[in-house]
Design a protein around this ligand. Structure first.
Ligand code: 3HC
Ligand code: NAI
Length: 696
């Protein structure tokens, strides 16, 4: 075996040459990989003893794509197109042997082999759209020539992978083998023995010609993804590339179109934001002061206290991955109600086809309802999800301390309370941690893991791994009111509530926030959550718009009347002139002058206090890194990923601009939430961006 570059080697087995890539962790197409493959193919073609060439990878996967960390940097080594041309135009058959994930540029390389074989567990796909990109190395032109446009559109514009079996059925691979390397070598020997033709996917025409007869195909597909891809640029560009593959006769003209659109996306802010997010999410899982090899607890059973909105969803997360759960309530009626909501959720998922019907009973059988907290005695983890009341939570934790085994992990799902105070109610504060799930807890990906002052490394490490096991994206945060997400949300709430007294309507504010890319604005969100959360008639003093709405019987979506009125059948919302008048009267009573408020002002006043608060959160060390804050907001609150999250977005505006605006609003409007964070002075002095800032 001879090394061609630091990551690629060439080996001969009889008359078969193997070009072997070994570039951990995922065999990305770094410049030395491209160079190595090119050299390997050329050497094998030049060697008269070689009859066929196998390209394969060591480690956990086939090539998982271009090296994203090279994007935006000066190019090095040969372009991928040169490597692909060497493979596709080779005079000897090239076979790829695939295991793990063949993604993006990795799949595009494989498509330039004459034949492809894979192990049954391999996955194939084009996730570029999730990075704000499109397959830029011929994927959009070769794929529809094999699968037809309909499947190609699905694959490139949605970005989800397919299985080896589906790839075989579609003709994307030629065989499924037990071992990717031995199987590819055996296929190569057959190709030589049977003098198989050198198949080039670029030469196929039947499928795209047939698709040309159905021009409506593309607009139907566009309509089908419109809602989910609102605001994103890349899905539409992916569609245009497949359209080009179908409509342009010439393969190279299609490639030119693909390159032009790829480069435009690559230069744009959306892809920069989405690529940043890719690394941010992976970074968030790392805790600098907790060593990677910290011993962890084995979590094989779970207890959940409270079967309300959150407890039920939390229990489902564990049952979904096969961990048995005991769920305890204070009375039978609440327990029955909670269990029936869980059953309803599972049945709806099965009816929608998102899980097999037989899974409903299987998962339910993993959830044991109980009225006895004593049943938590042997549970490895217990998560409390009772009402948001500190005294109640302290009482609960005192009790859990008595009941649970000494090495149990004790977690609270509080959304804002002091985890240190909760931990102090036990004799083992080192075992206590916050696990702040987001509603609906069985759906939302974010988990804020709240570390108390005394939480042990073992409990932190275990909770971070467990969060991944239950398919959440964990972000470690410190204790403060509202942690990272809700603390910043409160700031947006302050300004949104003020600005409607100055002349903006709830509908205007919501539209500005929706158009920015959020799923909904703050008032629609309040209506959805219920206006009466935390409201009590006896103590209500007509001192806020929300209190006024509750006092007049408006509870939000649940009774069809809140900031908006809701159609009982469709749940469609309409702005309500009565509410708008109520708000104007309330503002006038407080002597607030009404004026026309611009959309730009609405946007700045809603989002900049959040950015400022994020900077304070870093000042205080509540979040480890600025990018963690972005991960929280993208996954917990629907901040549009194509702007990168609040911290990255601030950088795209320019830190100087952001700081000037915060100072100006502070002067005009006052309020602690506008008082500039200390971090600004440092960033401005260093000329450094916000999104790479770390606490401390
Ligand atoms: N480039 C550079 N680094 C990459 C990478 C890539 N394409 N893919 C993964 N990595 C890094 C991750 O950042 C991580 O680094 P870390 O350990 O320092 O945090 C490490 O590899 C392991 O990644 P994961 O934690 O994600 O490992 P998993 O086993 O959970 O997942 C995976 C593996 C499914 C391959 C996942 O990493 C993934 O989805 N990667 C991205 C795949 C992708 O988007 N490919 C397309 C790239 S764009 C392209 O190819 C353009 C082309 O069309 C021209
Ligand atoms: P909920 O009112 O829907 O459910 C609370 C449940 O706890 C009720 O079913 C109640 O009967 C039960 N309960 C109360 N006292 C109990 C006791 N002593 N023993 C056993 N069960 C008891 O409330 P929700 O929304 O589920 O909130 C629970 C916790 O989750 C709160 O701390 C809340 O702040 C937090 N949270 C809520 C979110 C939301 O969007 N609803 C989001 C994230 C966190």
């Amino acid at each position: 075996m001879s090394a061609l570059t630091e990551s690629v080697s060439l080996e001969k087995r009889g008359d078969i040459a193997l070009v072997i890539v070994d570039n951990p962790p995922v065999n990305a197409l770094s410049h030395h990989v491209r160079q190595g493959i090119l050299d390997g193919i050329n050497a094998a073609v030049a060697d008269d003893d070689v009859k066929a060439i196998v390209l394969t990878c060591r480690g956990r996967t086939f090539i998982a794509g271009a090296d994203i960390s090279e994007f935006g940097k000066p190019p090095q080594g040969p372009g991928l197109d040169v490597v692909q041309a060497a493979m596709e135009n080779s005079s000897k058959p090239v076979i790829t042997g695939i295991h793990g994930t063949s993604l993006g540029g990795g799949f595009e390389v494989a498509m330039c082999a004459h034949y492809r074989v894979s192990v049954p567990t391999a996955q194939f796909g084009f996730p570029e759209v999730k990075l704000g990109l499109l397959p830029g190395a011929g994927g959009t032109q070769r794929l529809p020539r094999v699968t037809g446009a309909a499947k190609a559109l699905e694959m490139v514009a949605k970005g989800d992978p397919i299985s080896a079996q589906e790839a075989l059925d579609l003709g994307l691979i030629d065989d499924i083998v037990d071992d990717h390397e031995a199987g590819a070598v055996a296929f190569a020997e057959r190709a030589v023995a049977e003098a198989m033709p050198l198949k080039r996917l670029r030469d196929l025409r039947d499928k795209v010609e047939a698709d040309r007869a159905d021009p409506g195909l593309f607009d139907d597909f566009r309509a089908s993804i419109a809602r989910k891809t609102r605001g994103f640029k890349a899905p539409e560009y992916n569609v245009q590339c497949i359209e080009a593959a179908v409509n342009l006769d010439d393969f190279d003209a299609g490639i030119a179109k693909e390159r032009e659109l790829f480069q435009e996306l690559m230069r744009g802010t959306q892809s920069a934001a989405q690529r940043y997010y890719f690394f941010a999410e992976r970074q968030a899982a790392k805790v600098p002061d907790v060593p990677r090899d910290t011993p962890q607890l084995d979590i094989n059973s779970c207890g959940v206290l409270g079967a309300g909105t959150m407890g039920g969803g939390i229990a489902m997360n564990f049952a979904n991955v096969g961990i048995p759960v005991t769920i305890v309530e204070r009375d039978q009626a609440s327990l029955d109600r909670g269990m029936s909501v869980i059953r309803g959720n599972y049945e709806r998922s099965a009816a929608r086809g998102s899980m097999p019907a037989e899974e409903v009973e299987k998962r339910l059988s993993l959830i044991t309802p109980s009225l006895d907290r004593g049943d938590f005695a042997e549970r490895d983890i217990v998560i409390e999800a009772v009402f948001e009341d500190l005294d109640l939570k302290k009482e609960v934790f005192e009790d859990l301390d008595r009941i649970c085994k000494p090495d149990a992990l004790l977690a609270s799902n509080t959304s804002a309370l002091d985890v240190n105070a909760i931990a102090a109610a036990t004799t083992r504060p080192e075992s206590v941690i916050g696990m702040h799930f987001f509603s609906p807890a069985n759906v939302m990906k974010l988990l804020e893991v709240v570390r108390g002052d005394k939480t042990s490394d073992q409990i932190i490490a275990t909770t971070m791994s467990l969060s991944k096991q239950i398919n959440k994206i964990p972000v470690l945060v410190g204790v403060c009111h509202g942690f990272v997400g809700n603390r910043m949300l409160f700031m947006r709430g302050i300004e949104a509530n003020k600005i409607i007294l100055e002349g903006a309507t709830p509908a205007q504010v919501d539209k500005v926030i929706y158009d920015f890319g959020f799923p909904m604005g703050p008032f629609a969100m309040s209506d959805l959550a219920g206006l009466d959360i935390g409201w009590k008639e006896e103590t209500s003093t007509s001192s806020t718009v929300r209190e006024l709405l509750c006092e007049s019987g408006r509870r939000g979506q649940k009774n069809g009347r809140g900031y908006y009125t809701y159609d009982p059948q469709t749940r469609a919302s309409t702005p309500d002139p009565e509410v708008e008048q109520m708000i104007r009267d309330f503002g006038a009573k407080q002597g607030i002058e009404q004026r026309e408020v611009s959309d730009q002002e609405v946007l700045e006043r809603c989002l900049l206090p959040m950015v400022n608060e994020g900077a304070k959160i870093l000042d205080e060390g509540i979040a480890i890194r600025a990018s963690d804050i972005d991960v929280v907001w993208i996954n917990g609150y629907g901040w549009p990923v194509y702007t990168g999250g609040p911290m990255f977005w601030a950088d795209t505006l320019g830190i100087d601009v952001v700081v000037d605006k915060i100072n100006a609003y502070h002067q005009d409007l006052g309020g602690d939430h506008w008082a500039p964070a200390d971090l600004w002075a440092k960033l401005v002095a260093d000329g450094s961006p916000l999104h790479t800032a770390a606490s401390g």
